[in-house]
Design a protein. Structure first.
Length: 201
């Protein structure tokens, strides 16, 4: 495949952010939205119709999508508990993969995915979009040019009253894995050598 040929993309999970991501992929010149997969057939058809994805490229089972061999890259926007299994299958099939955060709920599983991506020589990325936020870029510039002097420490507090979504109820500490992970990654992207201390109440 030449550098000018759009990557044939598969989006797995079209509810909520999945649909937004699929639309962004559809609008981007570097990608060709070539397939959608979701367990919800009604939502799948609706998203496919809106995005111009033909019925033959809509899959109720992502395994069927992989089996076609027609994709170069996949975006996993499925429930967090399914990230490991789906991403493993995608990498085993030789696809580049972007998986929504958190990559998994288990550190050993996350390491397995990283190792598998290395073995397959595929790109594995995690959707930590706060890294590209305008506020983060501003803070990075301030730190880089020491506009406020040398940084000695960072203290952060995050409070949010939001009941877990139905798919997150079974997750231990859902706020930490689903939301605060953004802030931890934000800090580590600014300060790669930082030591993070956290307390859960």
């Amino acid at each position: 495949m030449s550098q000018n040929t759009p990557l044939r993309a598969l989006v797995i999970g079209v509810a909520g952010r999945g649909c937004v991501l699929a639309q962004a992929i559809n609008d981007h010149p570097l990608f060709n939205l070539a397939g959608l997969a979701d367990l919800n057939s009604e939502l799948l058809q609706k998203s496919g119709d809106e995005l111009g994805v033909s019925a033959s490229d809509q899959f109720g089972d992502y395994h069927d999508a992989i089996a076609t061999g027609q994709f170069d890259i996949a975006f996993c926007v499925a429930s967090t508990t399914a990230h490991f299994a789906i991403t493993s299958d995608l990498l085993q099939a030789g696809l580049h993969c972007l998986v929504e955060k958190p990559i998994t709920l288990d550190l050993d599983q996350a390491r397995q995915l990283v190792e598998l991506a290395k073995q397959k020589n595929r790109v594995l990325a995690v959707g930590q979009n706060y890294r590209f936020d305008s506020v983060r870029r501003f803070v990075a510039e301030v730190l880089q040019h020491k506009q406020l002097g040398d940084l000695s420490s960072v203290t952060g507090q995050f409070y949010r009253q939001r009941p877990p979504r139905p798919q997150d109820v079974a997750i231990d500490y859902p706020l930490l894995f689903i939301q605060s992970i953004h802030h931890l990654d934000w800090i580590l992207s600014l300060l790669p050598s930082a030591k993070v201390t956290s307390a859960i109440h």
